[in-house]
Design a protein around this ligand. Structure first.
Ligand code: ITT
Length: 196
């Protein structure tokens, strides 16, 4: 079955295709749907639903969406659901990442705790709505490091690896990431539904 993934973010699309190789996933854009959905919710879950529903209202077929972000405890959970809009949608991640590091200049040790969160929403052809979630814990690094991944990956330091999320390989990231966990949980639910 073909699944439309309601995203404009090519990095998410790439990760999702790698995590779910047996699913036929195409982006909304490749399905010829132009995406300009306002994310008016106050939680990852709200916004994941808003994105999936906007596409489902057009296609009525299976839709997946991802709403995700970085939560930094020292600054009250910012940027959170505003991660992509933080400091303005068109600001580079070099600037966004350095800004977060600067805001944590007085934070030490576990005060630097942070995590990526992802909420995945699926709306099935019969209108059933399913949510799964995942998170990946780390610490905000003291400098920007690594070339892999995207977004805030270069500043989420993973103590178990002694590397940032942008220094581990894409395969490693997908095994342990917020998105990887949420998608594996979604995969189980979808297989349960479509194979019975
Ligand atoms: P769509 O809404 O079109 O899917 P978006 O990038 O605007 O794309 P979100 O509103 O969910 O999506 O914002 C997610 C942001 O959180 C993303 O742009 C990154 O800044 C950050 N983020 C999420 N997952 C990440 C990851 O795996 N690595 C690094 N940063 C991530």
């Amino acid at each position: 079955k073909q699944i439309i993934f309601a995203t404009g973010n090519q990095n998410k699309l790439k990760e999702i295709k790698a995590i779910l190789p047996n699913f036929d996933i195409i982006s909304a854009k490749d399905a010829g749907i132009s995406l300009d959905i306002e994310e008016t919710g106050t939680t990852f879950k709200d916004n994941a639903y808003i994105k999936a529903k906007a596409i489902w209202d057009i296609t009525g077929g299976i839709v997946l969406s991802d709403d995700s972000g970085l939560e930094v405890d020292y600054i009250g959970g910012e940027p959170g659901i505003y991660s992509s809009r933080y400091l303005g949608e068109n600001t580079s991640y070099t600037i966004k990442n350095q800004n977060i590091i600067d805001r944590l200049s007085n934070a030490n040790g576990n005060e630097r705790s942070a995590r990526f969160r992802a909420c995945i929403c699926a709306i099935l052809d019969d209108g059933t709505v399913i949510f799964t979630e995942g998170s990946m814990e780390g610490l905000i690094a003291t400098s920007i490091k690594g070339e892999n991944g995207f977004g805030y990956d270069p500043i989420l330091y993973l103590p178990e690896y002694d590397k940032t999320s942008a220094e581990i390989s894409p395969d490693e990231k997908n095994k342990i990431s917020h998105r990887g966990k949420a998608l594996m949980a979604m995969k189980k639910k979808l297989e349960g539904i479509y194979e019975n």
